[in-house]
Ligand binder design. Structure first.
Ligand code: FES
Length: 101
């Protein structure tokens, strides 16, 4: 199973392929907001994928549109609620509360 590493804490957790990045982060008991309930409408789950971006599902149009509204978005940005795991390890960096807004 792929391993998710969560920065800045460095916590790691094994993840089922196909599971949602947001769910894996919550399962690891890390703090991440998801104000819209995972519908790509709030941007509060914005994070940076530092490694393994290709292992995640492709960015959807809804995700891209939401990312366009967030300050500080870069090439590593994803919405945790919209990214599903493949089979490779992934490292993400949480940006802290309200970083997406
Ligand atoms: S939880 Fe709202 S955009 Fe991801």
């Amino acid at each position: 199973m792929p391993v998710l590493t969560i920065l800045p804490s460095g916590k790691t957790i094994e993840v089922e392929p196909g599971s949602r990045l947001l769910d894996a982060i919550l399962k690891a008991e890390e703090k991440i907001q998801s104000k819209c309930g995972g519908e790509a409408k709030c941007g509060t789950c914005h994070l940076f994928v530092q490694e393994g971006k290709k292992s995640l599902s492709k960015t959807t149009r809804a995700e891209n549109e939401q990312l366009d509204t967030i300050v500080g978005v870069g090439s590593k940005s994803r919405l945790a609620c919209q990214a599903n795991f493949g089979t490779e390890n992934v490292t993400v960096e949480l940006l802290g509360f309200d970083s997406g807004r």
